[in-house]
Ligand binder design. Structure first.
Ligand code: NI
Length: 257
């Protein structure tokens, strides 16, 4: 069975068929979905879903786009929320210098605050890094205490950077772009790093992989990510499916919940 390590099923684009999608995951060979929060409300929705459905696990956190809207009480609210449902991580958190929806100094400050919360709660982090590779790494490595762990989701940086994260025990997650013809970098990284450090995800409803580009993304499409990694590494689909599921459960301590 496959695991989709990152999907936003709380998104409004799933309002009409969310229940149906989640209930049919098993038929689609998807065992588990990890659903990160994007803002506080979506973190609440994510936790609620993890209470309602056995196959949904939640992360709570504020995306860099929303960093500017974090108030003084947000960290406390996230802390309380993390004690509910099946919360397995703080995320998604990080830096986005592509859209710059929040000022960069605020993004950095809120990213660091949420990493500190993850350390306090002994939870892994789910990291969003878009065109902010150096600052993302600098913040994570400066907060690294030998225990902090997590995943860099929808990885878009270099092999060299991937190896630096792996040295800290972090995981590298691949999504739709690895299936795109023009995306050389994620393909190269996937070939170069060991399967022991790889997770797979859809980032639904975004980043729909080939051959369904242009449509809404869904967790069942995680098979195309596994298939592409198998092809790039010259190994079987089953091996990628099994190992990435194992890695995801290990990172998020899923068997212990
Ligand atoms: Ni996401």
């Amino acid at each position: 069975m496959l695991i989709d390590s990152h999907a936003h099923l709380d998104d409004g684009r799933f309002d009409k068929d969310r229940d149906k999608i989640i209930k049919s995951l098993k038929e689609d060979d998807v065992d588990i979905v990890i659903n990160p929060g994007a803002d506080f409300l979506s973190s609440v929705k994510s936790v609620n879903m993890s209470e309602k459905y056995d196959n949904i696990y939640a992360a709570v956190g504020i995306h860099p786009h929303e960093a500017k809207n974090m108030g003084e009480d947000t960290i406390g609210l996230l802390r309380d929320l993390s004690k509910k449902g099946k919360v397995v991580a703080i995320g998604e958190i990080g830096l986005d210098y592509h859209y710059d929806n929040s000022p960069r100094d605020i993004q950095k400050e809120k990213f660091r605050e949420q990493i500190k919360l993850a350390k306090e709660l002994n939870l892994p982090i789910i990291v969003h890094d878009r065109e902010a590779h150096k600052d993302t790494y600098d913040i994570i490595s400066s907060e690294y205490d030998g225990k902090l762990t997590g995943v860099i989701h929808s990885f878009s940086s270099s092999t060299e950077m991937a190896k630096k994260y792996i040295d800290m025990g972090f995981y590298i997650s691949f999504s739709g772009p690895i299936t795109f013809k023009n995306a050389k970098q994620p393909k190269e990284v996937a070939k170069e790093i060991s399967l022991d450090h790889i997770l797979i995800e859809t980032d639904s409803p975004y980043l729909t992989p080939e051959p369904h580009r242009g449509k809404r993304n869904e967790p069942l499409n995680v098979r195309y990510i596994a298939g592409k990694i198998a092809e790039l590494k010259g190994i079987s689909f089953e091996k990628v499916m099994k190992k990435t599921a194992e890695n995801t459960k290990k990172l998020f301590k899923i068997n212990e919940k």
